[in-house]
Design a binder for this molecule. Structure first.
Ligand code: NA7
Length: 534
């Protein structure tokens, strides 16, 4: 194998989030020389960058963790039902330390370019510190929600007050005590952070373009008996979850909304609401597939939001008109209740859009809002942003930006034709953000690692998707999406939140059929991929 002295190694892994950490572990197990390049000063990816107040996972902690090591999953103790950002970050750091991975990681360094050298079947990876690394494989472990989306508001870049994006929050934290704070956006990051900001700030103004559905988290310390019971069958539990639609235990019910009476449905909705969390989506098997089924849940949510907000006119503004699940359902701790406070105001941007930022004033069509600090909870250029931020060029000098200009194309979300030996972890066309991310990351990392092992064992030099297999997969991803409510609103699943981004539904809906397809492809000798030898 190559060594690091001449800067030619087996693999460059871009990103030190959960995907990059596990990828390094797996490649090292094969004795390969791999190196992680990370822009941050530490590991953790999403959980390194998103340090805004109230940041937590929205999948229960006991499921939001690695399962590749039985010892690790037995040893680690989560303290709450939904772990905080800080606790998840400590977990990532613990894994790196436990498996001795830190010496394979370079921090504070960005990958700027990755060009395929056809004569050598190698990638030349250029870093922002001027260094160049040559590698046989490049693995993009760049995360699905990692390139912050900055709103295109005139004057924003000349604001005279501090402006913080939730996706790149200052490490030292931000103290809003006594300040007038403006928050733009009402997605998950705003829904998690505003209750805490409202407590601290003198006043909070929330600028809402589209309301979101949110369900209570009912977060609480984990019951040691529950943890012990689950850990006594952790492996088995994880296996069961692979059979579930979202790859997570949402207590999936295999009944249709319309198989039960209206009274029974109401009871079931109340029960799920009382438990809280994303499991609501699995209360019936057609909630995200049948608009009429979805409507019944919408009515239920409307009534719940109305009971949480005292002012009926305000409640009306907070009730979405989109299908539930179409934009990712949020999980909150006392979000709607903030609007019952005297120091919190909602500005409906549909009535009066933001025109500009004037120093420390947010100017809308009908109002001026003076702020001392501005929070951009405006989300991410999801699924493709981080990958397309790098100047990636494959065979014939083809750039990824050009290839994906009309929407991303990737076979199984794992690789894209024309870019041999370049892999994507949870790329577009894989369940990724429509699944429990941790297991989906592990499934991809293991698939990629097995593939590299197979190639080395069989003297294969390169692997590249066949264009027709890729086209067929992209078509299939969209066909499946069309059977659901997902494409029915302006979500980041479609890229609709980023100006100028082509609208294509990016995640694959359905963990079990996806995993089965990945296994079938391997069993058929990497069907749909072209392998070269030599
Ligand atoms: P999201 O869910 O993309 O939310 C971003 C919010 O910001 C959303 O309400 C947007 O409104 C709003 N937004 C974006 N651009 C603008 C402009 N220009 N003006 C006003 N409002 C704007 O991102 P989050 O960070 O909250 O959550 C991302 C995921 O992280 C979440 O789903 C969880 O998986 C964790 P819009 O809906 O586009 O009208």
């Amino acid at each position: 194998m190559s060594n690091q002295n001449n800067k030619s190694i087996d693999a460059v892994i871009v990103g030190a989030g959960f995907a990059g950490i596990y990828m390094l572990y797996k490649l090292r197990q094969q004795g390969l020389d791999a190196r992680v390049i990370e822009a941050g000063t530490g590991v953790g990816g999403t959980w390194y960058w998103n340090r805004y107040p109230g940041a937590r996972c929205d999948i229960p902690s006991m499921q939001y963790s690695y399962q590749f090591s039985e010892d690790l999953q037995q040893e680690w103790e989560w303290s709450e039902k939904y772990a905080t950002q800080g606790e998840i970050l400590s977990y990532a750091e613990h894994v790196v330390e436990r498996f001795g991975l830190a010496d394979g990681m370079t921090f504070n360094t960005r990958v700027e370019a990755s060009h395929y050298l056809e004569t050598e079947d190698q990638w030349r990876v250029e870093l922002d510190n001027g260094e160049t690394i040559q590698a046989r494989f490049v693995i993009m472990a760049t995360g699905c929600l990692s390139k912050p989306n900055f709103p295109n508001i005139p004057g924003l870049d000349q604001a005279t007050v501090p402006v913080h994006h939730t996706g790149s929050w200052p490490h030292e934290g931000v103290d809003f005590t006594g300040l007038r704070v403006g928050v733009i956006g009402t997605g998950s990051s705003a829904i998690q952070s505003t209750p805490i900001i409202a407590d601290q700030a003198k006043s909070l103004t929330v600028f809402q373009r589209t309301p979101n559905y949110s369900i209570p988290a009912y977060n609480e310390p984990l019951d040691p008996d529950y943890v012990a019971e689950l850990k006594s069958r952790y492996g088995e539990y994880r296996q069961e979850n692979w059979q579930r639609g979202f790859g997570a235990d949402f207590d999936d019910n295999d009944q249709s909304v319309f198989e039960v009476s209206a009274e029974e449905r109401q009871r079931a909705y109340e029960e799920r609401w009382a438990k809280g969390g994303l499991a609501f989506l699995a209360v019936y098997n057609d909630l995200v597939f049948d608009m009429k089924a979805n409507d019944t849940a919408r009515e239920f949510f409307k009534s719940k939001i109305a009971t949480r907000v005292n002012d009926p006119e305000l409640a009306e503004k907070l009730i979405p008109s989109t299908p539930i699940g179409c934009k990712r359902l949020c999980v909150d701790s006392d979000y709607y209740e903030i609007y019952n406070r005297d120091n919190v105001h909602l500005v409906d941007l549909n009535e009066s859009p933001i025109i500009r930022i004037d120093g420390g004033v947010v100017v809308t069509e009908s109002g001026h809002y003076e702020v001392d600090a501005l929070v951009l909870a405006t989300g991410f250029d999801a699924m493709t942003g981080a990958v397309m931020n790098i100047d990636i060029r494959g065979q014939g000098g083809l750039s990824l930006q050009e290839k994906w200009a009309a929407g991303p194309k990737a076979y199984l979300g794992l690789a894209t034709a024309g870019f041999p030996n370049l892999f994507l972890v949870t790329g577009p066309g894989s369940p990724s953000v429509l699944s429990n991310m941790l297991p989906s990351i592990e499934q991809h990392v293991e698939w990629i690692s097995d593939c590299i092992e197979y190639m080395n064992a069989n003297q294969h030099r390169t692997i590249d998707p066949e264009p027709n297999a890729e086209e067929a997969w992209v078509h299939h991803v969209n066909e499946v999406a069309e059977t659901s409510v997902y494409p029915g609103c302006n979500s980041w699943y479609l890229g609709a939140n980023v100006e100028g981004k082509t609208r294509v539904f990016m995640p694959y809906l359905g963990v079990p059929p996806y995993v089965e397809k990945c296994q079938e492809v391997v069993a058929a000798g990497y069907e749909g991929f072209a392998l070269t030898s030599g």
